[in-house]
Design a protein around this ligand. Sequence first.
Ligand code: DGT
Length: 215
Amino acid sequence: MSSSNKKFTIAVEGNIGSGKSSVLAHLANSSLCDIIAEPLDNWTNLKGHNILAMLYEDPKRWGFAFQANAQMTLAKLHAQTTKAPVKVMERSIYSARYCFVENLYRSKILQGVEYEILNDWFQMLISNGSCHLDLILYLRATPETCLQRIQTRNRSEEESISLDYLQTLHECHEEWLINRNSTNLSIPILIVDANQTKERVYNDTHTHVENLVSY
Ligand code: DGT
């Protein structure tokens, strides 16, 4: 391991159902990593409101509120300090902006003015460097694989998720992380084939984490 005591922050990204949570649970066993889970508890119980379920039930009504809250809760997690050499986040403020906000806007669920307001907040939240990432691990899976996994885990809020929705979200991830055409962020990206078995995905991600700290 590097003797510089440098700390690193990684975001694990990928479509809904690509396997981010299980990769994080696996990395939690490593002494190199402190894990920051997605604020799903806040999203399903925001002072008694399940804003995630509200979003899926009526996206036009709740899309803006959901994204405003998602952006804020994720910015707080970016600012959180950890002890281990590597802080591993599930998603980031960047996927909220470049995948979910983008997708809601393109599908005309968010209005132009809502999109601009969210974008202004996003620019302000990332402007002071507190949302810095050293690496993105992209768990790249086909929308079909993701749908299969979502159906197997059977989260009540996600019953309405369709293959179409996963396909458009997949495109947003690809544009952001492969084509890199929606942003000029210079964060290094490593791609993990998330269609593989869990064991292979764990192995690949673990290797990437070890390589990062041993530089
Ligand atoms: P995994 O382990 O790869 O299957 O990942 P999940 O599904 O546990 O985590 P994630 O972040 O893909 O999604 C959790 C739920 O929250 C899912 O229903 C999608 C939703 N979600 C997450 N972030 C956003 C966001 O910024 N906007 C919207 N509209 N939905 C989001």
